[in-house]
Design a protein around this ligand. Structure first.
Ligand code: IPM
Ligand code: MN
Length: 354
């Protein structure tokens, strides 16, 4: 019998509802496979700002750093829009990612056959890509500010990538491609940006160590077009922080809904952060209509990547798949003739399928 300490950041908006769902699923896995998952709540995001005037209090960060892994819902809300950046809920998320050294954000977008009808594309078959997004560098973490320019006040954000940062994310992408279909698409804007020049050079240098992997460079504008034209051409996509943020929302819609895309953020250790790729969806918060599947599948990724519990992770994925095959949907995936369930109710169905 094994015991795992999981730090839980419920966050804002729909965060508490979807994280409760994932915790219930993990508890069921614990009963079924004889593991104990101990959850310690860490208050981060808008709720922490409201309570302590800080989106990421030191105590909350310490809980994450002391855990075996972190499960996160979402942070943010319109009431925080006018706060300075260092006080905004999103700072908590960026701060946890950075403090834990989680440079590799894995965002798998794979179509469930049952959701083919929810895909807005003509050929929804064979969509199975893994977006590997660099997570603690690039324009998100460069120098930023507002200064007096020639034309008045101007905002600026510096985008920089070092060779080391590109190399470590590139190696993750090549290694993952070796376990999949053996193709890496490196996405940049090398026709304009000097960060992309370095990016492309380093990716090609390290590619020499992975001769069994096919590498292609795709400019980010073309990549957006190609993902919609024919997403099945992509296996592993590797890209920087900002492009990865944008392209993963795009990819999520190709597989039905942003409500089903999980993610794992990894660094040097097995300990990571597991969260859905979507946001806090404040307009539907507290209504029991949010889709918990992205968070539940993030919990499955935690079992696989952080704890090496492959069978248990698969049990969650299979239970989600069966729920969809049986025709159960949340509101975001509504289709004629299928039953729409609330957050709690679909979670119960998933749990009963484990
Ligand atoms: C995501 C989110 C975050 C990001 C926000 C909330 C800061 O959009 O995880 O994709 O941009 O990384
Ligand atoms: Mn995003």
């Amino acid at each position: 019998m094994s015991k795992y300490n999981i730090a839980v950041i419920k966050g804002d908006g729909i965060g508490p509802e979807i994280v409760n769902a994932a915790m219930d699923v993990l508890t069921k896995i614990g009963e079924r496979y004889n593991h104990t998952f101990d959850f310690t709540q860490s208050i981060c995001g808008g709720i922490a700002y409201d309570k302590y005037g800080e989106p990421l209090p030191q105590e909350s960060l310490d809980i994450c750093l002391a855990s075996d892994s972190v499960l996160l819902g979402a942070v943010g809300g319109p009431q925080y829009d006018n706060l300075p950046y260092e006080k905004r809920p999103e700072r908590a998320l960026l701060g946890v990612r950075k403090a834990m050294g989680l440079y590799a954000n894995l965002r798998p977008a794979k179509i469930f056959p049952a959701l083919a009808g929810a895909c807005p594309l003509k050929n929804p078959k064979n969509i199975d890509m893994l977006i590997v997004r660099e997570l603690i560098g690039g324009i998100y973490f460069g120098e930023k500010g507002i200064r007096q320019g020639k034309l008045g006040r101007e905002g600026y954000d510096v985008m920089a990538y070092s060779e080391m940062e590109v190399e470590r994310i590139g190696r993750i992408a090549f290694e993952l491609a070796q376990k999949r279909r053996g193709k890496v698409s490196s996405i940049d804007k090398a026709n304009v940006l000097s960060t992309s020049g370095i990016w492309r050079k380093i990716i090609h240098d390290i590619h020499e160590d992975y001769p069994d992997v096919q590498l292609e460079d795709v400019l980010v504008d073309n990549a957006a077009m190609q993902i919609v034209r024919d997403p099945s051409q992509f296996d592993v996509i590797v890209t920087g922080n900002l492009f990865g943020d944008i392209l993963s929302d795009l990819a999520s819609q190709c597989v039905g809904s942003i409500g089903i895309l999980p993610s794992a953020s990894l660094g040097e250790t097995t300990r990571g952060l597991y969260e859905p790729i979507h946001g806090s969806a404040p307009t539907i918060a507290g209504k029991n209509i949010a889709n918990p599947i992205a968070t539940i599948l993030s919990a499955a990724m935690m079992l696989r990547y952080a704890f090496d519990l492959q069978e248990e992770g698969e049990a969650i994925e299979k239970a989600v798949e069966k729920t969809l095959n049986d025709g159960y949907r949340t509101a975001d995936l509504q289709e004629e003739g299928l039953s729409v369930l609330g957050t709690k109710e679909i979670t119960e169905v998933i749990i009963n399928n484990i």
